[in-house]
Each structure stands twice: as structure tokens, then as C-alpha cells.
Design a protein around this ligand. Structure first.
Ligand code: P53
Length: 475
């Protein structure tokens, strides 16, 4: 009982939030580079304010981030010290194809990740690679309009062929698109989309999502052809919705909200658009351009496992309930009176993780992989300069315990757990450094000041014990 023997414990990061080195090694500019902190961030992320180059008067946190580009050996050594079995990271597309539409990849970019994977292997750490974690070369946005254009499928295919071939034997676990459902909430961040006045945004978003879904199926096909050992997963920003009350209208609203997220995973896991999704598109007046070849690809190349992020549960209410939604986050939220919230208003709910795991497993009957979970909090060093992050340990302990119950008592198959931001990194939502998730502290502030020195928090020692005991010792 308890966690399976080969359970993959580890941590997760994304290139754009930790690497920096935005102009190093022949890397091209990407959407993630030109997203500033401050009041215009949300407008840029959602594609309402087009910003395709650095502009005067803004701070761009991804340019340097925590400079993992130059620190990866030191950082991976620290992960190894905690006993990581796996490390989830993403490839910056514009390191491999700086413009995105070249025929041959950039050798320096390929070499960078090769060294990084070899470093992981040195410590028997299994890399778990997100092929795209919100990034898209800026040239592909300027010239083709990002994922709204069907040609993106072929560019993504080139990227996949290049990395699957080069990293054969080094990498086995792949995720095609990070939080694919984020395209609806953050279309510039998720898919390089910007919108002109009067455009039908929903039509464009769902067409772009269709291109991503086809690209994901194609990636799965190629991954399996190049190496039958490869395992490919989809990735969902998960968290089940609770009805605001037992009013059937609230219950119905929560079901519809869940489906809004499942929509993408239904296609990636079951191989076709679900009926409710087709009806929903029709009702919105959206027509998807799709070929017979697309349909066949989607059907034939479904994912091997379902990965997801989980931070907080969600609440859905009907119009009748009169409750107000707060737009504090990229997902509008409703206050749940039974839960406490983080400093950023994310409502902490470990049982919600167990519920979400069960919902996903019941629906897909494929192994799950929790690839993001954690507490974003302000860490203040004490007089000795140490960070005693008990609040983070409490959060993680409760979520790992819930995970264990889902395995032990509900029979959910779980491949592994990579907590988010195992080393402090730039927040995707706000661009801040002070919203920290790490076991490892990085000396850098919101404005980019600091030595970038790494140090261990209390949670570092705690997680090390958790891994060493395979999840038995959570004290
Ligand atoms: P930050 C919102 C809601 C759910 C997941 O988020 C999200 C977001 C974006 O804010 O994204 C994932 O950094 C994402 C990571 C991100 C992490 O959640 O805003 O995959 O890139 O950093 C946490 O606290």
C-alpha cells in the first residue's frame, strides 16, 4: 500500500519562468519575453494589447528570470540532493528554432538541453519535458498570427522531430502543450494570439485550439514512431468545480464549467470531439475548419497518460444565485466559505485534489501525473537568514496525503508528482518574483535586484524526507 515503488517524485519549472538568457545561444525572441509586469500584463497576456517587442518603460521579468541558463548544473545538483526521481522542465522553442519556420534546428539550442538532460541522468533523474509551456517564437506570431494559422502544425512538427530524434534515449516522458485549456483564458500567453477590434475571438481561439490538438496528436504519433518507449501526455489546468449550492441550476453550471476544461482533454484522450462540445460550438456559431486527415489523426493518436496542474478548487454559480465572480486570477473565482485562501486568493483545498483525481480517472481510465501543485507565498528570511516555510510544508503535506488516499482508497493510478516551482521562479500570472513556490530560495526581487544566490528553505529538508520514505514520512 502507499505510493508505488517507482513513483516519480520531483519538481517542475518552465523555461520562460526560470531560464533567462533570452538572447543567448542564438535564441530567438518569443511571446513570453515581451510580457511585462505591471498593469498592462493582463491585457498583453489576453491578447487585447499587442506587444510584440520590448517597449520603453516596462520591466520584462523573463529576460533574465533566475538565470537557470547559467545555473542549471548547480540547480540540478540541489534537486538531486533532495532525491528527485524526475524533473519537469520545458524546452524554449526559440532556442531550437529561433524564428520557428527554419528547416534546420539551431545546434547551440539542441546542445543546451542535451547537456541539461545528461546532467539529470548523472543523478538518475528522469526528465519530464513539456514541449511548449506557453512559448511561441515571435516571428511565428508576426508572420503567421500564431496558432490561429494552420501552418503552425507543421512548424511544431519540425520542433518535435528535432527534439525526439536528438533526445532519443535521454527523454522518455513528454507533454505536448502546457495547460492547453489556458488558450481560452490567456490566448496570447497560451497560443500567441492577438485580436483586432471586432474580431470573433472565440472563433479564433477554438480554431487555434484545434490546430494545437492536431499538432498534439501528430506529436504523439511521431514520438511513438521514433521511440516506442516514449510516453506522451496531455496537460490540463485542472480543479473540479463545486456547485455554489444544491440549486440544480448551480449544479448544472458546475457541470458545464467542468466540461469547458475537459473539452480539450476529451479530444486528446478519447480521440474525438465530444458531442456536448460540438453542440456548444454550434450554439456559439463557431465553425471549425478541419480535414478528414485531422479527424483520423485525432482518433488514432491519443495520449498515454493525463497530466494536470492543481492549486485550488473552483466554484460555479448560476445567474440566479446572485454571487459575484472575482477576476483576481486568470480564472474567475467565487469565494468558498469552507476554505482558506493563499495570499493571492487561491483557495486551499487538499480534498479537492482527491476529488479532481477521481473525476479525471473515472473519465479517462488512464494513468494520471500531477505535474504542478504548490503554494505561492511571500517568504521572509529570519534573523539567521533562514526561511522556515511551515505554511508551504503544511500545504504540500495535506495535498500529498490526499493524493495517497486517492491511490490507496480509490484505486487511482498515479505515475508521479512534480510540485510547481521547486526552485523560486517568475510567476506566470503576475510576473512577480515574490510569489514563491520553491524548496530553494533565489535571491532576486520583483524589480530584478539580487545576487541570484540559491539557498535551502525548511521545506527542502522536509521534501527530501518525504521522497526518501516514498511518501510515508510526511511529518
Ligand atoms: P502563478 C492560473 C491558473 C492556473 C494555472 O501560477 C496557471 C495560472 C497562471 O497564473 O498556470 C500554471 O505563477 C502554469 C505555470 C504557473 C503556475 O500555474 O501565476 O502552468 O506556468 O507558474 C502558477 O502563481
Amino acid at each position: 500500500m502507499g505510493f508505488p515503488e517507482n513513483f516519480l517524485w520531483g519538481g517542475a519549472t518552465a523555461a520562460n519562468q526560470c531560464e533567462g538568457g533570452f538572447d543567448q545561444g542564438g535564441r530567438g525572441l518569443a511571446n513570453v519575453d515581451v510580457i511585462p509586469t505591471g498593469k498592462d500584463r493582463r491585457a498583453v497576456i489576453t491578447g487585447k494589447r499587442e506587444m510584440l517587442a520590448f517597449e520603453e518603460g516596462y520591466f520584462y521579468p523573463a529576460k533574465e528570470a533566475i538565470d537557470m541558463y547559467h545555473h542549471f548544473k548547480e540547480d540540478i545538483a540541489l534537486f538531486a540532493e533532495m532525491g528527485f526521481k524526475t524533473y519537469r522542465l520545458s524546452i524554449a522553442w526559440s532556442r531550437i528554432f529561433p524564428k520557428g519556420d527554419e528547416e534546420t534546428p539551431n545546434e547551440e539550442g539542441l546542445r543546451f538541453y542535451e547537456e541539461l538532460f545528461l546532467e539529470c541522468r548523472k543523478y538518475q533523474i528522469e526528465p519530464l519535458v513539456t514541449i511548449t509551456h506557453f512559448d511561441c517564437p515571435i516571428h511565428l506570431i508576426k508572420k503567421y498570427g500564431g496558432w490561429r494559422n494552420r501552418k503552425m502544425i507543421a512548424f511544431y512538427e519540425n520542433l518535435c522531430r528535432a527534439i525526439f530524434t536528438r533526445y532519443k534515449g535521454l527523454v522518455k516522458y513528454w507533454l505536448t502543450f502546457n495547460e492547453i485549456n489556458m488558450i481560452l483564458h490567456a490566448p496570447f500567453l497560451g497560443a500567441g494570439l492577438t485580436f483586432a477590434e471586432g474580431e470573433n475571438e472565440e472563433q479564433i481561439k477554438y480554431q487555434a485550439a484545434h490546430h494545437e490538438l492536431v499538432a498534439s496528436a501528430l506529436a504523439t504519433k511521431i514520438a511513438h514512431e521514433i521511440d516506442p518507449e516514449n510516453k506522451v501526455g496531455c496537460m490540463l489546468a485542472a480543479a473540479s468545480y463545486y456547485p455554489y449550492s444544491c440549486n440544480p441550476k448551480d449544479v448544472w453550471e458546475s457541470k458545464k464549467s467542468d466540461r469547458g476544461n475537459y473539452f480539450f482533454i476529451d479530444v486528446q484522450s478519447r480521440g474525438e470531439y465530444p458531442n456536448y462540445g460540438l453542440k456548444m460550438l454550434a450554439e456559439k456559431g463557431i465553425t471549425l475548419e478541419q480535414t478528414a486527415e485531422d479527424t483520423a489523426l485525432l482518433k488514432a493518436h491519443t495520449v498515454d497518460f493525463i497530466s494536470f496542474s492543481y492549486y485550488a478548487s473552483r466554484v460555479a454559480a448560476s445567474e440566479d444565485s446572485g454571487v459575484e465572480k472575482t477576476e483576481g486570477n486568470l480564472f474567475p473565482t467565487i469565494k468558498n466559505p469552507y476554505l482558506e485562501a493563499s495570499e493571492w486568493g487561491w483557495q486551499i483545498d487538499p480534498l479537492g485534489l482527491r476529488i479532481t483525481m477521481n473525476d479525471l480517472y473515472d473519465r479517462y481510465q488512464k494513468p494520471l501525473f500531477i505535474v504542478e501543485n504548490g503554494l505561492g507565498a511571500v517568504d521572509t528570511p529570519n534573523e539567521d537568514g533562514k526561511i522556515n516555510d511551515v505554511y508551504r510544508i503544511d500545504y504540500l503535506r495535506a495535498h500529498i496525503a490526499a493524493m495517497k488516499e486517492a491511490i490507496d482508497q480509490d484505486g487511482v493510478e498515479l505515475l508521479g508528482y512534480t510540485s510547481w516551482g521547486c526552485i523560486d521562479l517568475v510567476s506566470a500570472g503576475t510576473g512577480e518574483m515574490k510569489k514563491r513556490y520553491g524548496y530553494i530560495y533565489v535571491d532576486r526581487d520583483n524589480e530584478g535586484n539580487g545576487t541570484l544566490a540559491r539557498s535551502k528553505k525548511q521545506s527542502f529538508y522536509w521534501y527530501k524526507k518525504v521522497i526518501a520514505s516514498n511518501g510515508e514520512d510526511l511529518a
